[in-house]
Write a protein that binds this ligand. Structure first.
Ligand SMILES: *Cc1c(COP(=O)(O)O)cnc(C)c1O
Ligand SMILES: [Zn+2]
Length: 445
């Protein structure tokens, strides 16, 4: 079977490029480029056959098809030679039914997609495996690429550095100095990337990396590069597959640069086009109130894109004021009867802590999505009978300062309603006994 994909201008001017061309914007009209697939040729298999193939591959160890991304290779990046695939076992992350939290909030059908249970601890692995594989194939084909570069709020650089290290390709990462977590800073350092910490914010790093990658020998790995979106779109497909090929009523997703919400939509649209599903979920994009350009635009009916200066937020991975994939995201939200919600620092931190109490371990971005869910329930947009999937974008273990700060009650603008600081006691039985008695009395009461 010869399936095929290419880059095409998102503004509909018709300009196309090869996925192996070093190009990020349409040369006619400056629009971003999307990967498009030859859907007619993909229709040579029935929906039932695709489902069976994907199901079978989730249970295989046959490299690279056991990866959640490469198990859907024909839909993601059909023409790449498997010898050039750089995979670190991404995808196939758990879709957890979170019964206790669901019961507490009156939503018995609440699921959390744990995208942070992944090699570098965030969903960024899904897209990076595709991008770095394509780069490896370009280099194998003689393209003079010397390094791959990205600006990052922390997780993109961790993923880029890991995949490049696995492939032996040099990586350059631009981070806003002092604005990423300790774990996120340690990851690219450990993988041998050139780490440039700049005195600016993410948007400032993004401007510089675009200048640096105007030089064609340094390839741009930010999500304006739609190869990443192709890998990330498998999350929607995986969710439906894990629900027994049923479509949830809602998917709630944290949103910063807006690549991931765009990717989520593309996965669902492709399944619908190829007959695997017959309806679409509603999508809720969740932003931090301190970095909320999409929310503001939503309130104004998406009439215009007004970048903001992103303020400091605990949800540092979405502290972005000028989202690159704004146009893509608006298209998706329009097609999915989408809504946008926002969460204050207090709301996101308490939402994450509340979910932790029920057995999750949420990153602050997931806290934003959960806070958005609580608000949508209050507004009766999300109803108790709905089946809801919240996308958890990173592992809580990457955000230890956030957790410790919350429980020590030192976070700015947060009243920690679930604070549970450790009791510091002398090493004496009587003191310990008293502390246990006091605590357990509280549990009974
Ligand atoms: C990158 C990231 C996001 C935001 O995704 P976008 O594609 O930038 O909207 C959310 N959460 C985490 C943990 C991330 O790393
Ligand atoms: Zn164009």
């Amino acid at each position: 079977m010869s399936y095929h994909s290419w880059l095409e201008c998102i503004r509909g001017c018709g300009r196309r490029y090869s996925i192996y061309d070093v190009v990020y914007r349409c040369e006619e009209c400056d629009g971003l480029l999307d990967v498009e697939h030859d859907l007619e040729s993909l229709k040579d298999r029935s929906a039932a056959d695709w489902k069976a193939l994907f199901d079978q591959r989730t249970r295989t160890n046959e490299w690279p098809y056991g990866s959640g991304v490469w198990g859907k290779k024909e839909w993601v990046c059909p023409q790449i030679d498997v010898a050039n695939v750089v995979s670190l076992g991404e995808g196939n992350t758990p879709l957890l039914k979170v019964e206790r939290l669901g019961q507490e909030i009156g939503l018995p059908n609440l699921w959390v997609k744990l995208c942070g249970t992944s090699h570098t601890g965030s969903f960024k692995d899904l897209g990076m495996t595709v991008l770095v594989s394509v780069v490896r194939q370009m280099i194998a084909g003689g393209k003079p690429i010397q390094a791959v570069a990205c600006a990052s709020t922390g997780d993109t650089s961790a993923a880029l550095a890991a995949y490049c290290a696995a492939a032996g390709i040099p990586a350059i990462v631009f981070l806003p100095r002092g604005k990423v977590s300790m774990a996120q800073l340690a990851q690219p350092i450990a993988h041998g990337a050139l780490v440039l910490a700049l005195d600016t914010d993410f948007d400032g790093c993004m401007r510089i990396v675009q200048q640096v990658t105007a030089d064609q020998t340094i390839y741009l790995a930010n999500s304006m590069n739609s190869l990443r979106i192709e890998g990330q779109k498998t999350v929607g497909i995986e969710i439906v597959q894990q629900l027994g090929w049923e479509v949830p009523d809602w998917v709630i997703i944290p949103a910063g640069n807006l690549g991931n919400v765009s990717a989520l939509g593309r996965g669902f649209l492709m399944m619908k086009e190829l007959g695997l599903i017959d309806r679409l979920p509603r999508i809720a994009a969740a932003q931090a109130a301190n970095a909320n350009p999409l929310y503001l635009s939503y309130l104004a009916g998406f009439r215009k894109h007004q970048p903001v200066i992103a303020q400091k937020t605990l949800a540092s991975a979405i502290q972005i004021g000028a989202p690159v994939s704004y146009e893509r995201a608006v298209k998706v939200l329009r097609a999915f009867e989408g809504v946008v919600e926002q969460a204050s620092e207090d709301e996101l931190a308490n939402a994450a802590a509340r979910a932790d109490r029920a057995g999750l371990y949420c990153c602050p971005q997931t806290g934003v999505a959960l806070a958005a869910l609580f608000k949508l329930m209050e507004r009766q947009e999300v109803l108790p009978e709905h089946r809801v999937v919240v996308i958890s974008t990173a592992h809580g273990l990457k955000f230890t300062n956030f957790k410790v700060g919350y429980h020590e009650q030192t976070l700015a603008d947060v009243i920690a309603r679930y604070a549970n600081p450790p009791l510091e006691l002398p090493a004496e039985y009587s003191a310990v006994r008293r502390a246990i008695d006091q605590a357990t009395a509280g549990w009974r009461g």
